[in-house]
Design a protein around this ligand. Structure first.
Ligand code: ZN
Length: 223
């Protein structure tokens, strides 16, 4: 049995070899050999999956200590063409053909901004509790460093009654945090709860947040 690399047509003798070939020779691959077989998603489809991301991310945001830390969300049936349409033009987009796996990573404030355009929503990364003036948010940058949010699509196969059902699963991983906020000259400044008692100079967290409304909401859509 032979295994072919769909990216360069090299023939390999085992799946293990194919995987290691792809890892070394096509580490940063963006080419999708079967792209022409995929149909362009409709505008309505795109919106519903953008909304799915927004809603599921926001559901992971909370205001207590327990809602802080690494979070993961799964969408079990996610069309491949939608994932490609949303993320293909990003610098961090990668495709592993042997594993049938795509990934795209966003980092820091830049990543947060870019996701506003991709998800077509200004406040995708935060949720506020007006009562306690606390905000739960996806942590992408603080004074110390930048953090990531990753989107991974992988094809899975389910076999039922001798029928094979192929579907794509998306996993989104990120870190959440929460903090208090105060309004100051229309710009919101955020204060990390934990740091208030320790050092007041460092307590003003530069929160990544809704600034001006998005002017351009399109995403390379020919609609
Ligand atoms: Zn190859």
């Amino acid at each position: 049995m032979t295994f072919q690399c769909y990216l360069c047509q090299t023939i390999l003798t085992s799946r293990k070899q194919l995987l290691s070939h792809e890892r070394t020779k096509h580490k940063n691959n963006k080419t999708i050999p079967h792209l022409h077989l995929l149909i362009q998603p409709s505008f309505e489809q795109l919106i519903s999956y953008q909304d799915a991301f927004i809603i599921l991310i926001k559901k992971r945001l909370g205001f207590s200590r327990h809602s802080i830390g690494q979070k993961r969300l799964l969408i079990n049936v996610f069309p491949e063409n939608i994932f490609i349409h949303l993320f293909q033009s990003e610098p961090s987009f990668r495709y592993n053909s042997a594993l049938r796996k795509y990934r795209c990573i966003f980092k820091g404030e830049e990543g947060e901004k870019r996701l506003k355009q991709i998800l077509n929503y200004e406040c995708w990364s935060s949720r506020q509790d007006p009562e306690t003036k606390t905000t739960g948010y996806v942590l992408l940058a603080n004074y110390e460093e930048n953090y990531e949010i990753s989107f991974i699509w992988v094809q899975t196969e389910l076999i039922e009654n001798n029928r094979t059902f192929q579907c794509g699963t998306v996993t989104c991983t990120f870190i959440t945090d929460s903090g208090e906020f105060i309004n100051e000259n229309q710009s919101q400044k955020y204060i990390i709860k934990d740091k208030i008692t320790n050092n007041s100079n460092q307590s003003q967290h530069r929160f990544i947040l809704p600034r001006s409304p998005l002017q351009q909401l399109t995403l390379n859509q020919d609609v």
